[in-house]
Design a protein. Structure first.
Length: 355
């Protein structure tokens, strides 16, 4: 094996044999410091037995042209050595329209974790989780996602399979120019996603520059449900949190939208829209959220269309209306209107001042 890198030697041992240290059934740890090494390692790991846990640890540095890394091996964890996303940065080839598909991580396996890295500058999505390939139990934590030409995190679905029980926690999603490159952008855009938890994240500047409104900072629709969206902060984004889409299609049911903070004060954003939207949604709690907007849109929370039923909207503080549209139904209780001097608004300014 003379002349082979340490990583490739290790993978040959792992695939074709077993040592006392690395045996089938025990965790494998691989340490990576270049894009070429990362891609080789992932390609080899994809050939391992599915019950073999793997941890890939990235050294500090900037990883240029880190695109289309296809993770097909279950029980794979990718994380930075420092656990500091500012020190490990994976970069695509640019945030622009592109004739081919370009993502950073393309995930087709269950129990995959991405932690402690920054992902930025791609033509499509920074991460694509494939519900159509049953990619369950995905975890994204302590990461920064910046500047993709389409949605930053995409959960795609096109058949009868689902991506179940994902966790998105303590991340930052943003467009660093203060506005997106086009309207077809979003923070999290999820199809066929059941039982997900989205908590303690920050979303900023997910806003359209022209033509029409951008997608939501957080959006679950199309055969999704049982989603928990808690304790997130959404700043200067066209639409905040969305469940469902339009009056037709499957009802997104049994969700909770609790204790989120949504503020939009950037009047240069031409398509500022609603803070929280329920469209074709049932059996959902919208509780203890704070929404403050100085843009021209009149509504903070909307519940729309006849299949939107049996929802509870309570204890929210907003400075704009909470309204039914197109015969949507909900029980409203103890919501109140905030004024600009309200102490809750002063709390929101703390988050706004970070951007």
């Amino acid at each position: 094996m003379e002349g082979l890198s340490h990583t490739i030697k290790l993978l040959i041992i792992l695939i074709y044999g077993c040592t006392g240290l690395f045996c089938e059934g025990s965790a494998i740890t691989l340490r990576i410091d270049s894009v070429a090494e990362l891609k080789r390692a992932v390609n080899q790991v994809n050939r391992l037995s599915h019950d073999q846990p793997v941890e890939i640890i990235l050294a500090d540095g900037v990883y240029e042209n880190a695109t289309n890394i296809r993770i097909m091996h279950p029980n794979t964890s990718l994380r930075s050595h420092s656990n500091d996303p500012l020190k490990v940065i994976l970069v695509g080839t640019g945030m622009r329209e592109y004739s081919s598909v370009e993502v950073i991580f393309d995930i087709s396996a269950s129990n995959v974790t991405v932690s402690g890295v920054t992902l930025k500058n791609v033509a499509n999505h920074l991460i694509q989780v494939r519900a159509e390939r049953d990619a369950d139990f995905f975890t994204l934590t302590n990461c920064i996602l910046q500047d993709s030409y389409q949605q930053l995190l995409k959960v795609s679905g096109g058949n009868q399979h689902f991506a179940d029980f994902g966790i998105v926690k303590n991340n930052r999603f943003e467009y660093t120019a203060g506005v997106g490159p086009n309207y077809y952008i979003g923070g999290i855009d999820a199809h066929h996603s059941r039982g997900w938890t989205v908590t303690d994240n920050t979303f900023a500047n997910i806003a359209s520059p022209a033509e029409r409104v951008a997608e939501h900072a957080i959006h679950f629709w199309h055969n999704s449900g049982n989603v928990s969206i808690r304790n997130n902060t959404i700043i200067n984004s066209d639409r905040g949190i969305g469940l469902g889409m339009g009056k037709n299609g499957d009802v997104v049911s049994e969700n909770e939208v609790i204790n989120n903070r949504i503020v939009h004060t950037n009047k240069k954003h031409l398509f500022a829209d609603v803070g929280i939207s329920l469209e074709n949604v049932s059996d959902t709690l919208v509780v203890d959220n704070i929404i403050y907007m100085t843009t021209s849109y009149p509504n903070a929370i909307e519940y729309r269309f006849p299949n939107t039923q049996k929802n509870i909207i309570m204890n929210n503080v907003t400075n704009r209306a909470i309204v039914s549209r197109d015969n949507g139904e909900a029980l409203l209780n103890d919501n109140r209107k905030a004024a600009i001097g309200d102490r809750l608004w002063l709390q929101l300014k703390h988050y706004l001042n970070q951007f």
